[in-house]
Design a binder for this molecule. Structure first.
Ligand code: SF4
Length: 348
């Protein structure tokens, strides 16, 4: 990706050049990359680059063009989904690469990783300095990713090839997200249609996620800002803290979603570990373990942990997001199915 970007930069291309007929196949491929990433991230991550030299060129050049189209949409949902989809695709493509190739790519990102030759260290194949490990593993919730569960010698963390690929995926995702964090002052008119089509597709996808995963009795419009923000982050495949995930899960359970609904939601929008996610959801719902059904953390706790990002008028004096939700429900027109959700929160 870095090579592709450098290559395009060296050619001194101007954004207006993209209007010429020569670039139509490149634009088509760029648009399709984003389209497929939005529609089905998992299927997109498994697509292989085509082998023909001409296709190879289109593949390389379409990436920076896709970045430009995504930036032009100015939609955070598209940016996050696209960054994650490309990172997953890169990770899948790297899966069968030689260790030396992986090493080269890690060092493109300045990791200073090393191969482990000593067979007594098997199954580890690489070492990376622990700040690099922490930088990329922070958002992972599986306990296997905790530093204490890794071999650490003289500041070097020992990793398997598979772990290095997963950390690289995170590095690539952040690299792409950084590149998307910009604006385009003016877009050639010929590209407007493509950008608008992608915006429409993203809106349809968001609506589809909402309709498929939310039972009718849940009123998303009444979600408090804190929960809505976590929900949007999860939907877009962005990292969410453990407390944020706990808050969202316990909130959804508390307003009447079944464990299965909540589990399906997490499964449809992210790559969370299925077994762990099911365990956590059922634990929070009280159908496993102690039998205690958990309610969301109070506003003060969410505020301390940076999850209370902005407030609605209904937040005034609320101590828990469920109170804000209940107040907001009262302002939703009658035809909305509020009663069921209201009676659920009344029992808290
Ligand atoms: S005040 Fe409470 S309900 Fe409102 S956004 Fe903050 S944490 Fe959420």
């Amino acid at each position: 990706m870095k090579d592709a970007a450098d290559h395009v930069r060296q050619m001194g291309l101007d954004i207006s050049d993209l209007e010429s007929d020569f670039f139509v196949p490149f634009l088509d491929r760029a648009e399709k990359r984003i389209h497929d990433a939005l529609l089905d991230m998992s299927a997109y991550s498994k697509t292989q680059p085509r082998d023909e030299p001409k296709d190879h060129e289109i593949e390389i050049f379409s990436f920076p063009i896709a970045i430009m189209l995504v930036v032009a949409t100015e939609e955070s949902f598209i940016k996050s989904r696209y960054a994650l989809a490309e990172a997953k695709r890169a990770s899948a493509l790297l899966e069968n690469e030689e260790k030396e190739k992986l090493l080269e790519i890690t060092n493109n990102f300045g990791w200073n990783a090393k191969l482990v030759d000593d067979l007594s260290f098997q199954p580890y194949s690489f070492t990376v300095n622990f700040p690099i490990f922490l930088r990329n593993a922070t958002g992972f919730h599986d306990k296997n990713w905790k530093l204490v569960n890794h071999l650490l010698v003289d500041g070097a963390v020992y990793l398997t090839t598979r772990e290095v690929s997963r950390l690289l995926e995170e590095e690539v995702r952040k690299y792409i997200e950084n590149r998307l964090d910009t604006t385009i002052r003016s877009l050639p008119p010929a590209l407007f249609d493509r950008v608008n089509k992608l915006r429409e597709l993203a809106a349809e996808k968001q609506e589809q996620i909402r309709l498929e995963q939310m039972p009718e009795r849940v009123v998303m419009e009444a979600f408090p800002p804190c929960i809505k923000d976590v929900y949007n982050r999860v939907s877009a495949g962005r990292p969410v803290s453990h407390l944020g995930r706990f808050g969202l899960t316990s909130f959804m359970i508390s307003i009447g979603m079944s464990s299965e609904d909540v589990f399906s939601f997490f499964r449809s929008v992210s790559d969370f570990n299925e077994r762990m996610t099911r365990y956590q959801v059922e634990h929070i719902a009280g159908t496993r373990g102690s039998g205690t059904k958990y309610t969301p953390p109070n506003c003060a706790t969410l505020h301390t942990h940076g999850i209370c990002v902005s407030r609605d008028p209904e937040c005034q004096g609320a101590v828990n997001p469920l109170i804000c939700y209940k107040r907001k429900l009262k302002n939703i027109p009658e035809e909305q199915p509020v009663e069921e959700a209201e009676s659920t929160t009344d029992n808290k």
